[in-house]
Design a protein around this ligand. Structure first.
Ligand code: ZN
Length: 538
């Protein structure tokens, strides 16, 4: 007697091979039989005639850790078929912490989440954090990276300088403890303070620890526009010198002037691979990005933390200097405003009711609505009113680059999102549609409509390829002995409903999602079951 039998579907097994027809038997969380199972009994029978059976999707780049403390059911992730998520990205992880710097860490997170969502830190060490998450429960499997920004805050706060010898030793220790507790690697977010203040040598030192544990170096690189080429080279250099596999996060060419540069970046990756560096990337299928609104300000303005940033915005001399740097640019720092233009920067969430009407509007429109003298004043006043707690969506890419990266054999698919839900506390703002629609959009737009990818290759980029990068040996494929992480969907109906104007919409066409042998989505409905595991690299 099996727990579940899935009858008659077309199995796309994750390897990239063409689909085949077989039944799947699941018992005690694992796939135990694949073949003709007619006549066998099970507690639950799923009829998957004419549907695709795929391994559950592995989201190679997410920020699910930001909202798991408020909603372990992870609605928008599970509903798009994600069964394993990689968190702790862009330099931001929820551990390790230093009690003396805990406020700074809270402020660091507040740039993304509204006031109502303040993480209560019930841990210090990475191991304590993983233990907390395990006890709390999660719906999808979670693989953790340790964030370089978080480590730097714990040791050096938001100081804009190099670490001293003893601080470097302390940072190495924290990375060591995190890797020893089961982290899958380290992440950097080199456009965000405090990671932005670090030199390549510091990153190599951290990555050397990761190398001892067989982890990866995952990087939101130092620039995605003007300095894109150098930034890709820096990421490769870290991998080459520290002997770690490199993952370039949400790869793109941002800013009209730099469109087309992915031709060069992808060949840089190929050349590095010829030298023996395992470099790959991930990508989300949209031409807009999303991050915190304060990312528009130059690096020096963030020194000392959010409190200092807000003080500077109140001082007319600092305000003038911030404005000058944003207009002219500052060294290698990429000024989003200068590169993309106000009309392409949309406010996606704020925390005050007063400014709620600005969600979904660009800064030029908001300037007019506020009757402000210009957009700089609008932005600075808005940041002050929101105390730095606001996010933005920035239209910055060309469709040609997006397609080039998606269809390149070195890319995996990622959402770069935190799970939200249609109602309640997590339904705030107008998040990027990738939060709800990334994986269905790949199938609807790039497989079915535009034929840029085969079904099998799209599935490979969401399953076995990220599993290989992470070193997950029993997930990411439909194979006997593997964990039963499975998605059942109709390739003719799967459809991402989320749009920029109306993002809070679940996709259609996915009938079942199974995590570790437990059905978490049935006939398109989310069942609140904490079926996930906190994964460990060890
Ligand atoms: Zn990022």
């Amino acid at each position: 007697m099996l727990d579940i039998i899935i009858y008659g579907g077309k199995i796309v097994d994750g390897s990239g091979n063409p689909w085949y027809k077989a039944d799947i038997g699941i018992e005690k969380g694992k796939i135990v039989e694949i073949g003709n199972l007619r006549g066998e009994c099970a507690d639950k029978i799923i009829d998957a005639q004419s549907q695709i059976i795929s391994p559950g999707f592995i989201d190679m780049h997410s920020h699910a850790d930001l909202t798991i403390p408020f909603n372990p059911y992870m609605d928008s992730a599970i509903m798009q078929g994600i069964t394993t998520t990689v968190v702790g990205n862009c330099g931001i992880s929820l551990a390790p912490l230093n009690n003396e710097k805990i406020n700074m860490m809270g402020e660091y997170l507040s740039q993304f989440l509204p006031n109502s969502l303040k993480v209560e830190f019930k841990w210090n060490k990475f191991s304590e954090y993983l233990k907390w998450e395990k006890n709390n429960g999660v719906t999808c499997n979670v693989a953790h990276l340790v964030g370089h920004g978080t480590v730097r805050i714990a040791v050096m706060g938001m100081d804009a300088r190099d670490p001293t010898e003893s601080e470097l030793i302390e940072m190495r220790k924290l990375v060591e403890e995190s890797m020893g507790s089961g982290a899958f690697g380290i992440s950097t977010g080199l456009i965000y303070p405090p990671s932005i203040y670090s030199r390549t040598e510091e990153l190599i030192e951290m990555a050397k620890i990761v190398s001892k544990y067989g982890g990866i170096y995952s990087s939101h690189i130092r620039g995605e526009g003007k300095t894109l080429i150098d930034a890709v080279k820096e990421a490769i250099k870290v991998g080459e010198e520290a002997h770690v596999p490199v993952q370039i996060s949400h790869h793109k060419a941002a800013g009209r002037r730099y469109w087309g540069k992915t031709v060069e970046t992808l060949s840089l990756m190929e050349e590095a691979r010829e030298r023996g560096v395992d470099v790959t990337c991930d990508v989300y299928p949209y031409t807009a990005g999303m991050t915190s609104l304060i990312t528009l300000l130059p690096p020096w303005a963030h020194e000392g933390g959010l409190g200092r940033l807000l003080e500077r915005l109140k001082s007319s001399s600092d305000r003038g200097k911030i404005r000058d740097d944003m207009v002219k640019g500052l060294g290698d720092w990429e000024s989003f405003v200068k590169d993309y233009g106000w009309e392409n920067i949309f406010v996606s969430s704020v925390k005050t009711e007063k400014n709620r009407c600005f969600e979904g509007k660009n800064l030029r429109e908001i300037c007019e609505l506020m009757r402000a003298s210009d957009e700089y004043t609008t932005l600075f006043d808005l940041i002050l009113e929101e105390e730095g707690c606001a996010t933005m969506i920035v239209f910055q890419m060309s469709e040609e680059d997006v397609i080039r990266v998606i269809s390149n054999h070195l890319s995996m698919i990622s959402t770069d999102s935190w799970p939200v839900r249609k109602e309640g506390l997590l339904a705030f703002g107008k998040p990027h549609p990738r939060f709800y629609g990334t994986h269905p959009r790949i199938f609807r737009k790039y497989v079915r409509e535009e034929k840029k990818l085969s079904l099998e290759d799209a599935v490979r980029k969401m399953t076995s390829f990220p599993a290989q990068k992470l070193g997950l040996k029993d997930r990411g494929m439909i194979k006997e002995g593997f964990w039963a992480d499975i998605v059942v969907f109709d390739i003719n109906k799967i459809y991402d409903k989320a749009t920029y104007d109306n993002p809070h919409q679940y996709p259609e066409g996915i009938s079942y999602v199974i995590v570790n042998g437990e059905i978490v989505v049935e006939n398109g409905d989310l069942k609140q079951i904490l079926a996930g595991k906190v994964l460990s690299k060890k």
